[in-house]
Design a protein around this ligand. Structure first.
Ligand code: F6P
Length: 463
């Protein structure tokens, strides 16, 4: 291969530039040109295919900085539709006109779903990214456990349900242990939890902190490092009676409570608390935005004002219980060392997979309790259920203890390999040196987009 393309798709993560960096470094060593396609699949829907040559003369352009969050080539939530054969053919011919012989998609489950039809047209592989940590399998035969259940009102007349696992869960057999972006998102969430704590303590308040992750509770689980009192994950329906009992017990004891909830938490009927007003993004994902607020309203009505008045800790439940979202700060900024290091390795591995002819493969991060982490390649079709669909990975239920409302012992064992040395000395030194630099006050922010724009080239076209 002489020239390959790379694109970054879906919600960004802090580690995407690190993946691009890893791919470019490997491509330089192998004397392969690498073109970045601008704004993910959006570039391929555009006849002019905006792109950036990332390694002219086999040297990385200076804009690629693995320590900087986001993606210098931009991202979008546009995905290829496997049903649109003509569109796929057009995309393949555009890439051919650009001289691109292989494609790396840096993406999550949405991107992986569209990978196969692309891979039937040109060699295509995936380098994973997602803060949600939901691209992977808790054990290799997890896709086989999905069944379709008839439901006339659902799209296609059915919905998917997962049967109980028959596998013995073992950390060594997780496919794609952690995705680039997850560690930094947890770092931000856990720091946020720590900060909210002291103010909740001072004002005798109950804080509900909502973290991202869609229907997967991995970020919520990791936020345990910030030492909240209660964690709620989407995989275990909320038992309000149990939560109120725990909240009162903790509040009686310490006059403050910190609760973390994943944005996708559900009630006992399986209804998402945060999806009262249903809206979807271009990929069809339900936008979840109100879980913490819904939980707050429930606690206000169940605990009542009198409880707080009795203790002279406020006039009302409304005053005492507040919510905060960690929000997009989880997705932005400098990636911590764990993410940078493995994202770069996964980018390099994706280049190797293309060269090895492993079309339709995914670069994965595997864990071995004796050897630690290593990157590997995994056939994308093994992520698919029997109908060909790829499901977002959900938190393996036994990683969480619904009685204590915290990670279980197994959950702790899962977290340790990722986080024990996840933050590098340079991460803290970087903060110390840059946050209050005088230049921040005198110089306006210089966006990387301004520089990258100057490098964008277009395909000559009569279309
Ligand atoms: O998938 C990543 C993610 O950050 C989710 O955790 C979250 O629900 C969603 O994207 C938010 O998307 P957007 O930035 O489009 O609002």
């Amino acid at each position: 291969m002489k020239r390959i393309g790379i694109l970054t798709a879906g919600g960004d993560t802090p580690a995407m530039n690190a993946t691009i960096h890893g791919a470019v470094v490997r491509a330089n060593q192998l004397r392969i040109e690498i073109f970045g396609l601008v704004k993910g699949f959006n570039s391929l829907f555009n006849p002019r295919v905006p792109h950036v040559h990332l390694n002219p003369l086999f040297q990385e352009i200076p804009e690629i900085d693995p320590t900087k969050g986001g993606t210098i080539v931009g991202s979008s939530r546009d995905y290829v539709d496997p049903e649109k054969k003509e569109e796929l053919d057009t995309i393949a011919s555009r890439l051919q006109k650009l001289g691109i012989e292989g494609l790396i998609c840096v993406g999550g489950d949405g991107t992986l779903n569209g990978l196969q039809p692309l891979a039937e047209r040109l060699p295509t592989v995936l380098a994973p990214k997602t803060i949600d940590n939901d691209l992977g399998l808790n054990y290799p035969d997890e896709p086989d456990e999905w069944v379709r259940v008839h439901e006339p009102t659902a799209k296609g007349g059915f919905r998917y349900e997962k049967r109980d696992s028959k596998a013995v869960f073992d950390l060594n057999y997780i496919v794609n242990y952690a995705t680039p972006g997850y560690a930094t998102a947890v770092f931000v969430s856990a720091s946020g939890v720590e900060r909210i704590r002291t103010t909740a303590e001072s004002h005798r308040r109950i804080a509900i902190i909502e973290v991202m992750g869609r229907h997967s509770g991995y970020i919520a689980l990791g936020s345990a490092y910030g030492r909240p009192d209660i964690i709620l994950v989407p995989e275990h329906p909320v038992d309000f009676e149990h939560i109120v009992e725990r909240v009162k017990h903790i509040y009686d004891l310490q006059k403050n409570v910190v609760i973390v909830c994943g944005e996708g938490i559900v009630d006992e009927q399986g209804r998402e608390l945060g999806a009262e007003t249903k809206s979807t993004d271009p990929a069809g994902n339900i936008a979840l935005s109100g879980a913490a607020e819904a939980l707050r309203h429930k606690l206000i009505s169940m605990i009542g004002d009198r409880y707080f008045q009795l203790y002279r800790r406020g006039n009302s439940a409304r005053e005492a219980i507040f919510t905060r979202k960690v929000g997009h700060t989880q997705r932005g900024g400098r990636p911590i060392q764990f993410d940078r290091f493995y994202a770069a390795q996964l980018g390099a591995k994706a280049v190797e997979l293309l060269l090895e002819g492993r079309n339709n493969a995914v670069a994965t991060l595997q864990y071995d309790s004796k050897k630690g982490f290593e990157v590997n390649g995994y056939d994308a079709s093994r992520f698919r259920d029997r109908w060909g669909y790829i499901h977002a990975r959900r938190l393996y239920p036994l990683l969480y203890d619904p009685t204590i409302l915290k990670p279980s012992r197994l959950g702790i064992d899962y977290l340790l390999p990722i986080f024990t040395d996840a933050v590098g000395d340079d991460d803290m030194e970087h903060l110390r040196r840059t946050l209050f630099a005088v230049g921040n006050l005198v110089q306006p922010y210089h966006s990387i987009n301004t520089d990258v724009n100057k490098r964008i080239r277009y395909l000559k076209t009569e279309e």
